[in-house]
Design a binder for this molecule. Structure first.
Ligand code: ZN
Ligand code: ZN
Ligand code: ZN
Length: 689
């Protein structure tokens, strides 16, 4: 029994101190258990950015500008020197190259800083101050959060338009027989039907585009290596402001602004390499980029006339002359991504050379040589492929494999367990895997719910009785295997008394596991879960299962860290700082219930449960909890389901917010119990409770 208890503590999630104790072979002190373990709060819910447009960047101090103008000369000199020296192979030339290399690194660093100072309206010198450095660090954190929130708002709009499009196609099936989009003129015309472009328009209308003003250099909150899943995502962030063109540039109007007086416009700020001209990018640190224009837009994209030194081409030339940095984004085909394409921000480059030449078909094309600035994080452009290389092809290939399928065949995709931390590697023990919820003996679920009369799939929100409960709409879209449009107060799904079949769009959470998950041993947080696939935002992950029971019936709380309180009602009422979600359910659910102060029912996954019991807490989670009603309508016993809050790249740990209120956990002696948080998130609140 003792070893059993210890094992259970060892398996405890997110409880590094005890895990460390157990690892050291010590019996952990029996700390008083948390009074409440998890609540269905979703604190990570996007706060829509509908506020005022971001202020125009303040004029940079003269020093910043001067720096940007001063260094370019140096940079250009060094480039031509290298070119001159390239003909010789003497030791002198080598030494010169080394010297120039050092110089270049310095120049690049100054360029990055100068461009950032222009963008942020602060002087470069200011950042040398330690206190200043700190505050910059803090603002960097919230910049990251802003990026995340903007993408969540984008996804919500995008999925709404996807739904609109799915409805339209269902109502007019003949119109939908056309092929996918590419970029021909005809396709551009039809673009008005594209949900991603509609979402861009919506966000521009609402003023929720993150950076409306174009800027030179890095975009605050977007790190080198960050990935995007459509051109539209980059547009709404202001990373690259056009959904089709390769070159994004600041127009001549920017020249009127004070901080840009010393630059020549149009000025290139960002390019997207589509990966179509692969020999253009043979060396990742150096790019050979072909200018725009002169292509046959209607047919085979061949050159049909001369390119001109205008617009994007002129903007890149001016970038060379002002020696301003250009952001580079690379697009990759990606098979394990639901969208087929992934874009990676590769950091800042600068144009070091440009020229015109006759292309294969005899027409003039402009060529630009760009070189990556030194002093930036390592190039991660190959991460897409690299990550794929790390994703095992078969389960038996897994390093540290301790269990081939922890579900024992219950899930439709096996869930392997790996452990490369412990020696000898142990597997999780002390619980029985159960894919579906068990009901405590004394408990009876209500069964008096009526279903809808739909046949086959529920398609018409005007006639489906279940859609009516969701505010006359379906909460999901069919695309990408089913995605929830946004977190809601509660989702009413079709149930056993509905006429539709299991593939109905309103049964997305009933269709079983859709992604390849792996339970893995973390260095400091016990077990964790990650996915081998890219998971789209809004995708269902799994239900939180265990034994559904009355909260006051739990007697072994002392050793049980797997209690999930069903607090949907508390969330709807916004108790204890919970964020109220969209969806008016006041006519369906009794919000005045006096017992609503605390959760009446909970899910005990201590001895019986599924994959969900292995998810760790994070203060900046990538999953959220959604309450679902289908077979009955008692909100206090609602089904608890986890969904992706963001698009989650492969191998990123899956986490949700356990939702403890601070100082909410009180021990048997009446004293508040504190538990430090080890989630590692940039915005970590430091305490789990
Ligand atoms: Zn249905
Ligand atoms: Zn229906
Ligand atoms: Zn139904």
């Amino acid at each position: 029994m003792v070893s059993d208890a210890r094992e259970r503590v060892r398996d405890t999630l997110s409880v590094a101190p005890t895990a460390a104790l157990a690892g050291a072979g010590l019996t952990p002190v029996a700390t008083s258990p948390p009074a409440r373990r998890c609540s269905a709060r979703f604190q990570g819910k996007p706060r829509p950015y509908f506020g005022p447009k971001r202020p125009v960047t303040a004029p940079a101090k003269e020093t910043g500008n001067k720096k940007a103008k001063l260094d370019p000369g140096l940079a250009q000199a060094s480039v031509s020197e290298v070119n001159d020296a390239s003909g010789e192979s003497s030791a002198n030339a080598e030494a010169l190259k080394r010297e120039i290399g050092k110089m270049r690194a310095k120049v690049d660093l100054a360029l990055i800083q100068a461009s950032q100072s222009v963008a942020n309206g602060v002087s470069v010198e200011g950042s040398a101050n330690e206190e200043d450095g700190c505050s910059q660090n803090r603002s960097a954190k919230s910049d990251n959060l802003k990026v995340k929130q903007t993408l969540r708002v984008f996804n919500k709009h995008y999925l709404n338009f996807v739904q609109e499009e799915e409805q339209r196609v269902k109502q007019a099936p003949k119109l939908s027989k056309k092929k996918g989009f590419g970029g021909t003129e005809e396709e551009v015309k039809r673009a008005s039907k594209r949900p991603d472009l509609k979402a861009i328009t919506k966000m521009i209308e609402n003023g929720s585009v993150l950076y409306n003003e174009k800027r030179i250099g890095h975009i605050p909150g977007i790190d080198v290596g960050q990935q995007f899943y459509s051109r539209a995502e980059m547009v709404v962030l202001g990373l690259h402001s056009h959904w089709l063109n390769g070159i994004d540039y600041m127009g001549i109007a920017y020249g009127k602004q004070d901080q840009y007086k010393s630059y020549t416009f149009p000025l290139a700020v960002c390019i997207v390499l589509s990966g179509m001209y692969e020999d253009d990018t043979d060396n990742a640190e150096e790019i050979l980029y072909t200018g725009q224009g002169g292509h046959d837009l209607l047919g085979n994209k061949q050159q049909i006339r001369d390119q001109k030194l205008e617009r994007g081409n002129l903007a890149l030339k001016n970038g060379y002359e002002c020696s301003t940095p250009v952001r580079v984004v690379r697009g990759h085909e990606s098979r394990n991504s639901y969208c087929g394409k992934v874009y990676t921000y590769d950091g800042l480059y600068k144009v070091v050379k440009y020229w015109a030449e006759k292309g294969v078909r005899g027409y003039t094309v402009y060529k630009y040589k760009l070189r990556r600035l030194k002093g930036q994080p390592r190039l991660t452009t190959n991460l897409v492929n690299f990550a794929r290389g790390q994703i095992p092809m078969t389960i038996s290939d897994l390093r540290g494999l301790v269990c081939e399928d922890i579900s024992g065949g219950q899930e439709n995709i096996p869930i392997p367990v790996t452990n490369v931390i412990d020696d000898p590697p142990v597997a999780p023990t002390g619980f029985i895997y159960q894919k579906s919820m068990q009901i405590a003996k004394k408990l009876k679920l209500p069964t008096n719910v009526l279903g809808c009369d739909c046949k086959g799939d529920c398609t018409n929100p005007k006639t489906c009785a279940c859609a009516a409960l969701n505010g006359n709409d379906f909460p999901y879209v069919q695309r990408d295997g089913g995605r929830l449009i946004e977190a809601k107060a509660v989702v009413f799904e079709c149930g056993p008394n509905c006429g539709c079949n299991l593939s109905c769009v309103n049964r997305i959470s009933q269709q079983g596991l859709k992604y390849h998950l792996e339970v893995f041993r973390t260095p400091s947080k016990g077990w964790g879960v990650r996915s081998w696939d890219t998971i789209p935002s809004g995708a269902p992950i799994c239900e939180y299962t265990g034994i559904l029971t009355r909260t006051d019936e739990i007697d072994n709380v002392a050793e049980n860290n797997y209690i999930f309180e069903i607090d949907c009602l508390q969330t709807m009422k916004g108790l204890d700082g919970r964020e109220i979600r969209p969806g008016d359910v006041s006519s369906l659910i009794n919000l005045d219930d006096k017992r609503a102060e605390s959760a009446e029912y909970c899910i005990d996954a201590g001895s019986v449960g599924n994959i969900a019991r292995f998810f760790n807490h994070s203060c900046q989670p990538n999953l959220f909890v959604q309450c679902i009603l289908s077979s009955h309508h008692d909100i206090k016993m609602a089904k608890v389901m986890l969904f992706a809050a963001d698009t989650i790249p492969p191998l990123q740990e899956l986490t949700y917010d356990y939702g403890y209120a601070l100082d909410s956990v009180v021990g048997a002696d009446g004293k508040i119990i504190k538990m430090p948080c080890h989630c590692g998130a940039m915005e970590c609140k430091k305490w789990l409770y």
